[in-house]
Design a protein around this ligand. Structure first.
Ligand SMILES: [Zn+2]
Ligand SMILES: [Zn+2]
Length: 260
């Protein structure tokens, strides 16, 4: 069994906890070390029990707590060489460095990990598929659009953790300055509820059991809007939509534990 819990999701900080029977990892460490430790404790997990931290990219909402957290616990940090340069500047210890290819595979304990590039305005951003035996979780946040290869990567996933960043009319009608709206909507920005829903509807007929919507904007989205957009799309495109559990991460809050 694979379990996932969003310790925090959204622009104020991103960190996912994933565990198999034997291995525990984080994807990103974007909240303070103190908060990471506290939220892991809520799950009964000690920092030293983690076998690795996979980093998606160097934006502060994904690495905020990394330096302090790994200094205390010396947990291996997996990231691309371009991303590492930024982490080194932040003072993350060389001892923790584990360089990966942006389209490579590697294992952490009994977890098989596959990285893939994501279109985002960072040095070398990636998403991940995490597989344990026959269970697979696909994870992609911070992406401006859905590249064709992502559909293939996510096929046969039992769980997908996908960004549903904003509701387009809310963003366009909101107070953000023009340049910021353009950045978010651009090809290297963030995924809208509609675009996320389209991909999920395409993948829903297969092995998918659980969807987790994450990285919601505090200002341009609500959990209710993200949920209803995805629910509607799934209901229209997939006969088995009722069999798929849809979870939404509330901005910055500790999420529920979801198992596949
Ligand atoms: Zn980012
Ligand atoms: Zn982000």
């Amino acid at each position: 069994m694979l379990r996932l819990c969003a310790l925090s999701s959204g622009s104020s900080g991103n960190a996912l906890f994933i565990e198999s029977e034997e291995t525990r990892i984080l994807v990103d460490a974007g909240i303070s070390a103190r908060e990471l430790t506290k939220r892991l404790a809520c799950l009964g997990v000690k920092p030293y029990e983690l076998s690795g931290i996979l980093i998606t990219h160097e934006h502060s909402d994904h690495i905020r707590g990394l330096q302090v957290f790994t200094k205390k616990n010396q947990i291996p940090v997996y990231c691309t060489s371009h991303t590492w340069k930024f982490l080194a500047v932040q003072g993350v210890s060389e001892i923790c460095r584990r360089v990966i290819d942006s389209d490579g595979s590697f294992s952490v304990g009994d977890l098989e990990i596959e990285a893939f590039p994501t279109p985002h305005d960072a040095a070398d951003p990636v998403g991940y598929c995490v597989t344990w035996q026959n269970s697979k979780i696909g994870i992609a946040t911070d992406l401006g659009y859905i590249p064709e290869y992502l559909r293939e990567k996510f096929r046969q996933s039992q769980m997908i953790f996908l960004e549903a960043n904003h509701d387009v009319p809310t963003l366009l009608g909101g107070k953000y300055p023009h340049f910021l709206k353009k950045r978010i909507l651009g090809n290297l920005g963030h995924l809208s509820n509609d675009t996320a829903a389209e991909l999920l509807a395409e993948l829903a007929g297969e092995s998918l059991q659980a969807i987790v919507l994450g990285h919601l904007s505090r200002n341009n989205n609500t959990p209710e809007m993200a949920l209803s957009t995805v629910q509607k799309k799934l209901a229209n495109h997939c006969k088995k939509a009722d069999n798929i559990a849809i979870h939404v991460c509330r901005h910055g809050e500790l999420g529920e534990i979801i198992s596949i």
